[in-house]
Design a protein around this ligand. Structure first.
Ligand code: CA
Length: 357
């Protein structure tokens, strides 16, 4: 099952650490059938149409390749992992997952997707780990699916693709999901979604709505909303994961702390209430950060300096950013061996409960 990937010009298996990529995506073909029906509806969400409408219909080689890779949980994926020197993928249902569906379909399809992913993990236990997809549209059902994912499917993390039809997890109506994740000790990966309807236009008219910028802005906003709503005062052991170098929040930390404090004191907004800690404290204590899409040494080191080397993890963002060159560049980072092993391997093993081998 495990090929020795020693092909010339490809990164070889590293002697000192496993490379565990932690924000990798898949899409069941049945989900694409549901998406086709949604895309055919009048007044379809423009962000969804711009994202999956594009990938599912574009004749471009890049789009077709991505769709082929997304729907594969076998040979194609394993071959690409071997060619890029990736030992293990942590896989999640691609954005927007079930969050764009009507509630009944979303609840039901989350279970289907989780069963499919769990079956793939059983086929390739040394190569794949799965995240639990949930339908935030029905928070009680989502909490139950987290429990089923952990206790019956052996999965130990949850994927949520940012906003759900314009609604944010900072709304207490969603907090059954946080209660379940905290009680079962599983982190929630807050992954980008396409921009909600009321954010879309100013980004889209200049082509900045997607992964280039809009995704990061919206997901960073979502994480901040969760922090400032007091979620971690209510659920202090809850852990979340954000990609793309923390959606730039580490870089914002100083100003967030200063201005949050000033805003609380000014009593300018009813929504800005005192928190037990500074916003950056929650980033350090309640978030893990992956470098998905950002194979850039200065950003990785800065984030390690802000949140600590135990909280920064490697991710490739396969198949959207499948680039073996980036693996080579990250291997070459000037960083203590011990910290590099944490980045590539041991932090992921701990956070996602991946058995050492
Ligand atoms: Ca991704």
């Amino acid at each position: 099952m495990d090929n020795d990937h020693t092909t010339k010009n490809h990164p070889k298996r590293h002697p000192d650490y496993l490379r565990i990529a932690t924000e990798e995506a898949f899409a069941p073909v049945e989900m694409l059938d549901i998406y086709r029906k949604i895309l055919a509806q009048p007044d379809v969400d423009p962000g969804f149409k711009g994202l999956m409408g594009f990938y599912m219909s574009s004749p471009s080689a890049r789009a077709q390749h991505i769709m082929r890779c997304l729907t594969d949980l076998g040979d194609i994926r394993l071959q690409h992992m071997d060619e890029a020197g990736i030992d293990h993928q942590v896989i999640a249902l691609t954005a927007p997952g079930v969050q764009v569906m009507d509630t009944a379909t979303a609840v039901s399809f989350a279970r289907t997707a989780n069963d499919q992913l769990a079956a793939a993990v059983r086929r390739h236990p040394t190569r794949f780990t799965g995240m639990i997809a949930v339908a935030p549209q029905d928070p009680a059902a989502a909490a139950k699916e987290i429990e089923r994912g952990v206790n019956q499917l052996g999965m130990h993390s949850v994927i949520i693709n940012s906003h759900t039809q314009g609604e944010y997890l900072s709304d207490p109506k969603f907090w059954d999901i946080f209660a379940a994740a905290e009680a079962l000790n599983v982190p929630i990966y807050l992954h980008p979604n396409s921009l909600p309807r009321n954010m879309f236009q100013p980004f889209h008219e200049c082509g900045l709505d997607g992964a280039i910028y809009g995704f990061g802005v919206e997901t960073g906003l979502h994480a901040l909303r969760i922090i400032t709503a007091g979620v971690f005062d209510r659920f202090p052991k809850l852990q979340m994961i954000i990609g793309h170098m923390g959606e730039a929040l580490p870089f914002w930390s100083y100003r967030l702390d200063y201005m949050h404090n000033a805003t609380v004191k000014s009593q300018r907004y009813d929504s800005v209430k005192p928190l037990k800690k500074k916003p950056s404290d929650y980033l350090r204590e309640n978030f893990y950060i992956t470098n998905s899409g950002v194979a850039w040494e200065p950003a990785i080191k800065f984030t390690q300096a802000v949140v600590g080397v135990d909280r920064v993890l490697y991710a490739m963002d396969y198949p959207y950013q499948y680039a073996a060159d980036e693996v080579v560049a990250l291997d070459a980072m000037t960083m203590p061996d011990e910290d590099k092993k944490k980045f590539f391997q041991t932090n992921a093993q701990r956070v996602f409960k991946i058995a050492p081998r």
